[in-house]
Design a protein around this ligand. Structure first.
Ligand code: ATP
Ligand code: MG
Length: 378
C-alpha cells in the first residue's frame, strides 16, 4: 500500500480515537480498487470542521468550502470533509458516479451502497438516478467523459440518455470547474474515446469557455496520448488544435497568469519555428525550456523536431543565456553619458543582440567602444 494511503489511515485512526467515524472516499478508493496510482485522498468524517481542526496541529480551511479542512500529516495532505446526511451511505448517495461512491474505513471494510464495485469490475460508468444526478450539477456530464478518457470505461445506457437530455445545462457551469476536468480529460489515456463520445451526444457544443468545435475535437483526436505531458504542453496543444486566432478564448478560462504566460510563449515560438529552425537570437529569447517544449509540441504534431541533445548543444553554444551575463550594465553606460533615459535600455539591448549573434564579443571594452562609435556616427 502506498505511503499516502497509510498516512490517511493514521488520520482516520485519530478521528476514531476521538469518537468520530471517518472513511476514505471517492477517487482514492476507486483507484485503489483498480490498482491505479492514487491522485489525492479525500476523507469524510462525522466530526465538524472545528472538531477536525482541534484534533490536528497542521490544518487550514478553504474559504469556499465551509465543511472541508485540509489536514497536513508528514508531508501528505488530506481534504477532510464533514459527512453530508446522517450516515456514510447518505453521503455516498450524493456523489456523482457509482464508481466514485465507495468508502473504506481503517479496517478495510467497504461501504458501497450504489454497487460501485460491480461497475468498476465491469468497466462501466453509471449513476443511480442519472437524470437527477446530471441535472443537479451539470459538470458531472463532463466528468463522465473525463473518466471515459482516464479509465476507458463504457457509459451505461441510462446515463447516456440523461446526458442527452440534460446536455444544455452545462452552459451554466463555472469555467474554472470546466477547466479542471478538461485538462484531465485531454490527458487521459483513452482521450479519443471520450472525444468520440462527446461528439456523439453533442455535449461538447454546450461546454462553456472552451469554444469547442467538432473540428477542434478532430484535431485533438489526431494527437498521441498526452498522459506523460505537462499541463503547459497540453494547453498549448489544445490552443493549436482549436485554431485560436487571438488569445481571447484563453483569457476567459481563468487560468493562472503563470500558465497563461507559458502558453503564450510556446504558441509564439511555435509559430516562429514554422518559418525557420532555431537561430541563436530566437533560442536566446525563447529560453531553453520553451524551446524544448516547442520541439516536443512539434513532435506530438508529427513535425520534424530537434532532439534534446541537439537543442541543448545549440543552447550551450550561445555566448550568453541571460541579460545578467552581459559584460556591461546600465551603470557602465551612465558613466560616460551622465543622462539617464530610454537610450540606456536601447543600447543595452543592442549590445545584448550583438553578443548573442556573435557580432561582438562579450567584453566590456569591446561593447562600450562599439556603442560609443555608434553614438558618434549619429
Ligand atoms: P481524481 O483522482 O482525479 O482526484 P476524483 O474522483 O477523486 O478524481 P475529485 O474532483 O477529487 O475527483 O472528487 C473527489 C470525489 O468527490 C469524487 O470521487 C466524487 O465522489 C465526489 N465528487 C467530485 N465532484 C463531484 C460532483 N461534481 N458531483 C458529485 N460528486 C462529486
Ligand atoms: Mg480526488
Amino acid at each position: 500500500m502506498s505511503v499516502v494511503w497509510n498516512e490517511a489511515r493514521k488520520v482516520i485512526h485519530i478521528l476514531k480515537q476521538n469518537n468520530h467515524n471517518a472513511y476514505i472516499v471517492g477517487g482514492a478508493v476507486r483507484d485503489w480498487l483498480l490498482q491505479r496510482e492514487i491522485a489525492d485522498v479525500d476523507i469524510v468524517t462525522t466530526a465538524t470542521a472545528e472538531e477536525v481542526q482541534s484534533l490536528f496541529s497542521k490544518t487550514f480551511r478553504m474559504n469556499n468550502q465551509h465543511q472541508t479542512v485540509i489536514v497536513r500529516s508528514n508531508l501528505e495532505h488530506f481534504e477532510v470533509t464533514t459527512i453530508r446526511g446522517q450516515s456514510i451511505e447518505d453521503d455516498l448517495h450524493l456523489r456523482d458516479l457509482t464508481i466514485n461512491s465507495i468508502a473504506i474505513d481503517d479496517q478495510n471494510e467497504l461501504f458501497d451502497p450504489t454497487g460501485g464495485e460491480v461497475d468498476l469490475r465491469a468497466g462501466r460508468l453509471r449513476a443511480s438516478n442519472p437524470a437527477d444526478r446530471m441535472g443537479e450539477d451539470p459538470l458531472r456530464m463532463l466528468r463522465v467523459y473525463r473518466f471515459v478518457s482516464e479509465l476507458g470505461f463504457d457509459i451505461d445506457t441510462s446515463l447516456k440518455e440523461a446526458i442527452l437530455h440534460n446536455r444544455e445545462a452545462i452552459q451554466k457551469v463555472a469555467v474554472e470547474r470546466v477547466v479542471k476536468e478538461w485538462v484531465k480529460l485531454i490527458k487521459g489515456k483513452q482521450c479519443n474515446l471520450a472525444l468520440t463520445g462527446m461528439v456523439e451526444t453533442k455535449l461538447y457544443s454546450f461546454i462553456p469557455g472552451l469554444s469547442l468545435t467538432k473540428d477542434s475535437l478532430m484535431q485533438l483526436k489526431k494527437l498521441p496520448p498526452l498522459h506523460e505531458e505537462s499541463d503547459l504542453i497540453c494547453w498549448t496543444l489544445f490552443c493549436l488544435c482549436s485554431n485560436y486566432v487571438d488569445d481571447m478564448p484563453l483569457k476567459r478560462l481563468a487560468l493562472s497568469n503563470e500558465l497563461l504566460r507559458g502558453i503564450r510563449a510556446r504558441l509564439h515560438f511555435f509559430e516562429k519555428r514554422k518559418m525557420q529552425s532555431w537561430l541563436p537570437l530566437a533560442l536566446y529569447e525563447a529560453t531553453l525550456d520553451v524551446a524544448l517544449d516547442v520541439e516536443r509540441l512539434r513532435e506530438l504534431c508529427g513535425l520534424p523536431s530537434y532532439s534534446f541533445e541537439e537543442l541543448s548543444r545549440l543552447w550551450d553554444e550561445l555566448p550568453i543565456h541571460d541579460k545578467s551575463e552581459l559584460a556591461i550594465t546600465g551603470r557602465d553606460l551612465l558613466q560616460s553619458v551622465k543622462r539617464p533615459g530610454p537610450w540606456v535600455k536601447e543600447e543595452l539591448r543592442l549590445a545584448e543582440v550583438a553578443v548573442v549573434t556573435k557580432e561582438l564579443t562579450n567584453e566590456k571594452t569591446v561593447l562600450l567602444q562599439a556603442l560609443e562609435r555608434r553614438r558618434a556616427e549619429r
